[in-house]
Design a binder for this molecule. Structure first.
Ligand SMILES: CC(C)(COP(=O)(O)OP(=O)(O)OC[C@H]1O[C@@H](n2cnc3c(N)ncnc32)[C@H](O)[C@@H]1OP(=O)(O)O)[C@@H](O)C(=O)NCCC(=O)NCCS
Length: 190
């Protein structure tokens, strides 16, 4: 697999997906600082300085050149130019053509179908442009909105792991969801 260097912005009906820029700091801070957004994400509630450091790391995550890397894109609401969240694609393995997706949205923009638009575009990138065979998602089993979104995308719950991580101070269960390239084609061919 040759990797992935998308032409930006990637457009959905209401969103532009694009690499992060340093001037996204205020928009990022608006959701990285919210306890309800980060409850089930790998990162903690962040202050402005912590958000700035996290943003700096995202600036270069705009392409996949080798397995193990994450593509990390800002989700910009086209009508206002506001960055309302982020969406991620990991190139997990070259030989097995495996990937993983992730996403987070500012609370004010949830419940509008916008995360689904961003996630669908990233699945398309993974299957149709990177050439993945299978894309998975890993989530806390209490994260209902995330599980519902994955099911809306046509992903299948494949595993329920009990106390597999010590996460934010407690033993936690995780679900693994996944979709295969043939299943993706079947959902997009009509
Ligand atoms: C997970 C997360 C991204 C889901 O976001 P979301 O906005 O609920 O997901 P969707 O984009 O699929 O939107 C679906 C909702 O929008 C509603 N909706 C409104 N207009 C819609 C439209 N035009 N099209 C589709 N859905 C629409 C749906 O009815 C649904 O509402 P419901 O959940 O009340 O049934 C969000 O909860 C989040 O960012 N959580 C915090 C971070 C996090 O936990 N990330 C995942 C870590 S694994």
């Amino acid at each position: 697999m040759p990797g992935l260097r998308p032409a930006y912005p990637l457009r959905t009906e209401r969103l532009d997906l694009r690499p992060h820029r340093m001037d996204d700091l205020d928009d990022l801070y608006a959701f990285h600082s919210r306890p309800e957004v980060v409850r089930y994400t790998p990162w903690p509630v962040r202050d402005r300085e912590q958000t700035r450091v996290a943003l700096e790391a995202k600036l270069t995550q705009d392409a996949l050149t080798e397995p193990g890397q994450w593509l990390v894109l800002a989700i910009e609401l086209r009508e206002t130019g506001t960055v309302i969240g982020e969406v991620l694609l990991k190139w997990a393995s070259d030989t097995d053509r495996q990937g993983e997706i992730g996403f987070a949205l500012h609370t004010d923009y949830q419940g509008k179908g916008l995360a689904a638009q961003a996630a669908r575009e990233v699945l398309r990138l993974g299957f149709e442009e990177l050439g993945l065979h299978r894309i998975c998602a890993v989530l806390d089993d209490r994260n209902k909105p995330s599980a519902q979104l994955l099911e809306r995308l046509g992903m299948r719950r494949e595993a329920h792991l009990i106390h597999c991580v010590f996460f934010k101070g407690e033993w936690t269960n995780e679900y693994i969801y996944a979709l295969l390239e043939d299943e993706w084609r079947a959902t997009t061919s009509h």
